[in-house]
Design a protein around this ligand. Structure first.
Ligand SMILES: [Ca+2]
Length: 260
């Protein structure tokens, strides 16, 4: 009987542990910020999330920093993942989450559509000389696909300059829809730059998608340029308030959001 009791206890314990681990795994957080605030020891890595009020779950890379958990939606560090892609790829995402990738406009829209949360967007830039800079925007969100995933950013702070609003007036990307070579929302039909008539910013900047506004001053989705070949190209990882006047292509970039 003792043996029977023991195996019964062992069996119950096993079932309880199984139930517990099942319920543990069933709890899916809404974003990386919530994961980090509920588990302060959580490490950076890939997590499954489910933004509020939507049915689908998806994987994201969470950058767990002392100031909170950040959901990464863009990362560049080399030429392996091409960002020369059409609308469908930018909509659903591409690349590997642990490496260079674009999470997807639809997922960022799902994350930011719930108006009860406020989002901060952070852009990190690494140069070819060992330096870094950043730009942070309060009140970030994207519009829906009908609105071409229109970019909305609030107050800027940081060290890289406000390239979203641009180096001169009239090229503000805030409030602009996303463009790819097969979906034109860039405000040029054409734009006149000196003696050049520009119709398609995505095409002229190398084929990457972005919230081009009369092209504008920011585009981190252009062609990747290695050290030594990183200055002077029309296509690159450009943040033109940061390295001027020559078009300077960053060595690495990261874009991510945090909720409050
Ligand atoms: Ca156009």
């Amino acid at each position: 009987t003792q043996i029977k009791m023991r195996s019964l206890v062992g069996c119950c314990g096993f079932v309880l542990a199984l139930l517990f681990s099942c319920t543990e795994q069933a709890v899916v957080r809404t974003d990386c910020t919530q994961i980090k605030s509920l588990q302060p020891q959580a490490r950076s890595g890939v997590y499954i999330i489910q933004p509020g009020r939507i049915k689908s779950k998806f994987k994201v890379y969470c950058e767990m920093l002392p100031d909170g958990g950040w959901t990464v939606f863009q990362r560049r560090s080399g030429p392996a993942v091409s960002f020369v892609r059409k609308w469908t790829d930018y909509r659903y995402g591409f690349g590997a989450l642990t490496q260079d990738h674009w999470l997807g406009l639809k997922k960022v829209f799902f994350l930011t559509k719930n108006k009860s949360k406020m989002w901060t967007m952070r852009v990190d830039l690494w140069d070819h000389e060992g330096g870094t800079a950043f730009a942070e925007y309060k009140n970030f969100r994207l519009g829906n696909e009908k609105a071409a995933f229109k970019l909305q950013v609030g107050k800027y702070s940081g060290t890289a300059g406000d390239a979203i609003r641009g180096v001169y007036q009239g090229i503000d990307q805030n409030g602009y829809g996303f463009s790819t070579t097969d979906r034109d929302n860039d405000g040029c039909s054409p734009c006149i730059f000196g003696d050049i008539a520009e119709n398609d910013c995505s095409f002229s900047e190398g084929g990457g998608g972005w919230w081009y506004s009369k092209c504008g001053s920011a585009n981190l989705n252009g062609d990747y340029h290695p050290t030594g070949q990183h200055i002077g190209w029309a296509s690159g990882l450009h943040w033109r308030t940061w390295r001027r006047p020559a078009p300077y292509s960053a060595k690495a970039t990261r874009m991510m959001i945090k909720s409050a």
